[in-house]
Ligand binder design. Sequence first.
Ligand SMILES: Nc1ncnc2c1ncn2[C@@H]1O[C@H](COP(=O)(O)OP(=O)(O)O)[C@@H](O)[C@H]1O
Ligand SMILES: [Mg+2]
Length: 267
Amino acid sequence: MADNNGSTNGRLNGGPSQELAIETNDLWRIYKLGSQEIPALKGVNLRIPQGSFVSLKGRSGSGKTTLLNCLGGLDQPTKGDILIMGQDISKWRERQLTTWRREQVGFIFQSLGLLPALSAYENVELMLRMNGVRGKERRRRTLECLELVGLTKWIDHRPYEMSGGQQQRVAIARAVANNPQMIIADEPTGELDSRTAAEILGLFKSLVKDRHMTMLMATHDSLSDEFVDQVLRLKDGLIMTHEEFLAEEEAERAAQEAAMAASAEPA
Ligand SMILES: Nc1ncnc2c1ncn2[C@@H]1O[C@H](COP(=O)(O)OP(=O)(O)O)[C@@H](O)[C@H]1O
Ligand SMILES: [Mg+2]
């Protein structure tokens, strides 16, 4: 296969022996607004090995959220295949997707979606309740997940009684409660200060490693580069190759230098 799956920055070589968690082939998502068509994804080809932590970067409007929603089964592509752990979810019906999502995917959004009237414990437990986990087992797993994110002392607190970083930890505990194969996070550190963001990124990294999960995270955070195995860059609905990215960086640097030189000239 030609290397316009393009995605790697050279650090990961998904060889043939490595099982793929995520594979897409010519993935398109075209939104229709009245008579207008807005292509948000224009033929995305991805190969993401199991157990890797991957970030998805790109300007606002480049298609990050659309791609995550398609991969997590929250949205359906207009065209193309999506294989998650080898299963093609792109043609599934809503009911099948709903069950699969609940059991196999953990979601973390920037707006955390915690229920304000529920404690940290109850927010995590609810996820297990929805999956039919009962009694003692549910309690054990809820406490285990809250411990995993370092919130054992905060289990009875409601979201508004916690800091932004602590709330994010609750959302993470909830996302991993079902022990999903894949975690999808959309700008999960967007609202956090850089120190807290680094803590959360470190937590993600260890989760991926210890639980052999695959995690895909849309982010603007430049901090994230040192935590992830691979950086994917989207531009106008397409994954940029590393060469394209370098060329763009170079062009931006040149433009900046030209602007500085112009402003330094006497009027
Ligand atoms: N529900 C929608 N209806 C119409 N256009 C949309 C919708 N969601 C996103 N878009 C458009 O698709 C493009 C990609 O958006 P999005 O995936 O949200 O990008 P990002 O997450 O990188 O900011 C943008 O041009 C956006 O305006
Ligand atoms: Mg987005």
